[in-house]
Design a protein around this ligand. Structure first.
Ligand code: ATP
Ligand code: MG
Length: 408
């Protein structure tokens, strides 16, 4: 590979930055201590009282700096897993590759990890990730500068080894280290880049943008389960439309879900994008969200519906058993060759897709409103509701099902 001036700058930049530790006091940042979860504060205090270093880390510090309320609060500490277990009664050690402590407070879990050492700057995929390290090393192994910050509640300071504080203020998304190397080491970081860009509307640094274009095919080397989890999380985020649009526009979708990529390129009216926008606005307006299977159905249903209509060719409607078989077939085709969907999800998704042909009148037939004894059937009705927000003609079909569900 030829090394251009930009690559040179990026390599040089990657090697020389991140040297100075900066500490920002309350006067410089806008993190209200009340914004930090009280159980996370308790965990940090107890670790510090036992003589360990302990900070809030990662996504929660980023969210607090960006003025968003975090969904979970992770803690990083110098204490080893067994030491953490010795301090907290409600503590479980999880993970084989890297052991983490989970501290339980009723429904909530505070995840506590011991500082780890960084990945070497090589392009090998990371397979080992199990050396303990210093706070600085732990910050440097993270993905983006805005995700590499610590918050120490005892002094109300932000501790920054990666110049992420300035980047958060400027709403700038910059990879820690050399983006080409870091994306090859762990290609899921590219999906994460698109996720943060979509979620916070950030400007992406040109080197990371270039690396994303150059390395997007590498995504096929990553774990399908991790990629699926990031996609599902983004479906639930309230920012699914900008995220999926960016995946398609930037060419990443071509590798992840080629069928969806082709649909988005060719469809005269992109119903998938329209439905994602609606799901996002429902999420933002009501703070309630659809189940992840209903959201996943958004991606598949327009293609599935078209497939069935083409097969039926205006003849009499298929019986539900046939439609269900086709649903399994389309789900398999749709997500292949890269993504692997767990059987449990496939089963429920097939039910939601098939269910649309059960609850909507097909040509020449009327629908009997009787709830079938199918587990999670309400998800099929939820999907109908979602589509009725896009197509108001479905409203009158949805209402009696809603009533039936209420009665049950
Ligand atoms: P979200 O708000 O979606 O949870 P997050 O940044 O908190 O976003 P997590 O998966 O919860 O994402 O990860 C917690 C932290 O771990 C991140 O903020 C980042 O510092 C680090 N991290 C996560 N994934 C990676 C990765 N692939 N490479 C390096 N660091 C990562
Ligand atoms: Mg998180």
């Amino acid at each position: 590979m030829q090394v251009g001036f930009e690559d040179f700058l990026s390599i040089f930049w990657g090697k020389t930055r991140h040297k100075v530790k900066q500490v920002y006091t309350k006067e410089h940042h806008n993190i209200p201590i009340e914004g930090v979860d009280k159980d996370a504060l308790y965990v940090i205090k107890k670790l510090q009282n036992a003589g360990h270093t302990a900070y809030l880390v990662g996504g929660s510090v980023r969210d607090l700096l960006m003025g968003v309320s975090p969904k979970d609060f992770d803690v990083s500490t110098s204490a080893r897993p067994e030491e953490i277990r010795g301090i907290f009664k409600n503590c479980y050690i999880i993970g084989r590759r890297f052991r983490l402590a989970h501290i339980r407070f009723d429904e909530k879990i505070i995840e506590v990890s011991t500082f780890r050492s960084g990945d070497p700057e090589t392009e090998d995929l990371i397979v080992r990730d199990n050396e303990f390290g210093s706070p600085e090393e732990d910050a440097l192994r993270r993905d983006f500068t805005i995700n590499g910050l610590y918050y120490d509640p005892s002094t109300e300071t932000v501790i920054d080894y990666v110049e992420g504080f300035e980047d958060a203020n400027k709403r700038f998304l910059r990879a820690i280290g050399t983006p080409h190397v870091r994306f090859k080491q762990d290609p899921v970081r590219m999906i994460r880049l698109i996720k943060f860009q979509a979620r916070f509307n950030l400007n992406v640094c040109p080197q990371a943008h270039r690396a994303l274009l150059d390395c997007k095919e590498e995504i096929l080397k990553s774990s399908p389960a991790r990629v699926l989890e990031e996609l599902l999380r983004m479906l639930e985020s309230g920012f699914s439309y900008p995220f999926f649009k960016q995946l398609c526009d930037g060419g990443m979708m071509q590798h992840l879900i080629p069928t969806l990529s082709a649909y988005c390129e060719l469809a005269e009216k992109n119903v998938v994008f329209e439905l994602l926008e609606i799901a996002d606005s429902v999420h933002k307006k009501s703070r309630s969200r659809f189940d992840r299977i209903v959201l996943l159905a958004i991606l598949v249903f327009p293609i599935f519906e078209r497939h069935i209509h083409i097969l039926q060719k205006g003849g009499s409607p298929f019986h539900l058993g046939r439609i269900e078989n086709e649903a399994y077939f389309i789900i398999e085709e749709f997500f292949s060759p890269f993504l692997e969907i767990p059987k449990r999800i496939v089963g429920t998704l097939a039910m939601v897709l098939t269910g649309q042909f059960r609850i909507r009148p097909q040509t020449g037939k009327s629908v009997r409103i009787r709830l079938p004894r199918i587990p999670d059937f309400s998800l099929a009705v939820d999907f109908l509701y979602l589509e009725s927000l896009y197509n108001p003609q479905l409203r009158s079909i949805y209402e009696p099902w809603k009533k039936a569900l209420k009665k049950s």
